[in-house]
Design a protein around this ligand. Structure first.
Ligand code: RBF
Length: 345
């Protein structure tokens, strides 16, 4: 009795050990470093959502979100601390600065792997990056802005001026988003002027509203906004003045129907989901990158939302339809060739 009790006890112990070992082997822990805060920043919301999708499908995957906040000088140390826990099989992050911000952490912890989206770096054997062709994304938005400023829509002024407000200056903005927007606007009409302003941060909605108002005073009737949590200030100013907003990165017409009259989208959630799964499966080739654009299905204009059709005039809707079918079909080989890949941030 005593003896069989012992046997049973040791069998249970062994089983327990095996079970622990199995979970230890199968568990896959992900640290998400958000360079900023999640709320209000479309690409960060989708970053977390993409990882959450993987975890929802696979109970052995766990994840933790660390918000780095808006003091960018603290990010490098925060990523080093995250890697120093040695708890994460993968650190996931998003924006063009992150391959460079994560460099010291990678050097200090040579086993740490990083998946960084909305970014590009080649040849770092601990990193895999995914860049979106934002020339295509912004050109489509610029074309719509051009159509709107030329239109007889209620808020359109006689001046051929369109606006763009960005959170800060960085390489992806200077090499892809701003030139793409300008390219698109000038395709609509070469006489269009782009009023481009930089907010200086990703949260100050009051200041963003002031910028929007001063642009509107100067004759701008449509503003593309890419300033994270501060987008709200641009939306409010345009709402108050009867002007229009173009929302980058995500189908967000619902935020302000009739004010947000165009949305482009990056399929960041999908890209994160797929690449995290590939990392878990051991299929990512570290040190490599990929560039995803309109004809890969990761960049597009959201014309399927009925709020697009109901927010613009019939002329604008039809002209945009023609442009979009060109861009999605043959035209994009030309547009694709306009890409200048950012090489630093
Ligand atoms: N986009 C946001 O929406 N919110 C942010 O807080 C934010 N912070 C950024 C910080 C840096 C250093 C860089 C390079 C980009 C940042 N972006 C942010 C921009 C984002 O990566 C992307 O370019 C824009 O969302 C336009 O697609």
């Amino acid at each position: 009795m005593k003896r069989s009790g012992k046997v049973l006890a040791s069998m249970l112990l062994a089983l327990g050990l095996v079970a622990t070992m199995v979970t230890a082997v199968a568990a896959y822990n992900i640290g998400i470093f958000v360079p900023g805060v999640v709320a209000g920043s479309p690409l960060y919301e989708e970053l977390v959502a993409g990882v959450a999708m993987v975890a929802a499908e696979d109970s052995s995957v766990t994840y933790k979100v660390l918000e780095g906040g808006f003091d960018q000088s603290t990010w490098e140390d925060a990523v080093v601390s995250l890697a120093a826990t040695e708890e994460y099989d993968l650190i996931v992050s998003s924006n063009g600065a992150m391959p460079f911000v994560a460099q010291p952490a990678a050097e200090a912890f040579p086993d740490q792997k990083f998946l960084i989206v909305d970014a590009i770096i080649a040849g770092n054997a601990q990193m895999y990056t995914v860049l979106y062709n934002q020339v295509e994304q912004a050109a489509v938005m610029g074309y719509l802005a051009g159509l709107v400023t030329m239109s007889d829509m209620e808020g359109a002024t006689p001046e051929l001026k369109v606006g763009f407000i960005a959170g800060q200056e960085y390489e992806a903005l200077n090499s892809m988003i701003q030139p793409g927007y300008e390219l698109g606007a000038k395709l609509a009409n070469s006489g269009i002027e782009v009023d481009f302003r930089v907010l200086g941060n990703w949260y100050d909605a009051n200041k963003a509203g002031e910028l929007a108002n001063s642009m509107i005073d100067a004759g701008v009737d449509v503003i593309m906004t890419a300033c994270g949590g501060a987008n709200q200030g641009v939306i409010q100013a345009c709402q108050e003045r009867g002007k229009y907003v173009l929302y980058l990165d995500k189908d967000n017409y619902d935020l302000a129907p009739g004010v947000i009259i165009g949305s482009s989208a990056l399929m960041q959630q999908q890209a994160v989901y797929e690449n995290v799964k590939a990392a878990i499966a051991g299929e990512l080739v570290w040190g490599e990158y990929k560039i995803l654009g309109i004809n890969d299905g990761y960049v597009d204009f959201v014309d399927a939302n009925p709020l697009f059709k109901s927010s613009v005039s019939a002329d604008v809707f039809d002209a945009m339809g023609v442009f979009l079918s060109d861009v999605r079909a043959f035209y994009n080989t030309w547009l694709k060739a306009q890409l200048i890949v950012p090489t630093y941030w």
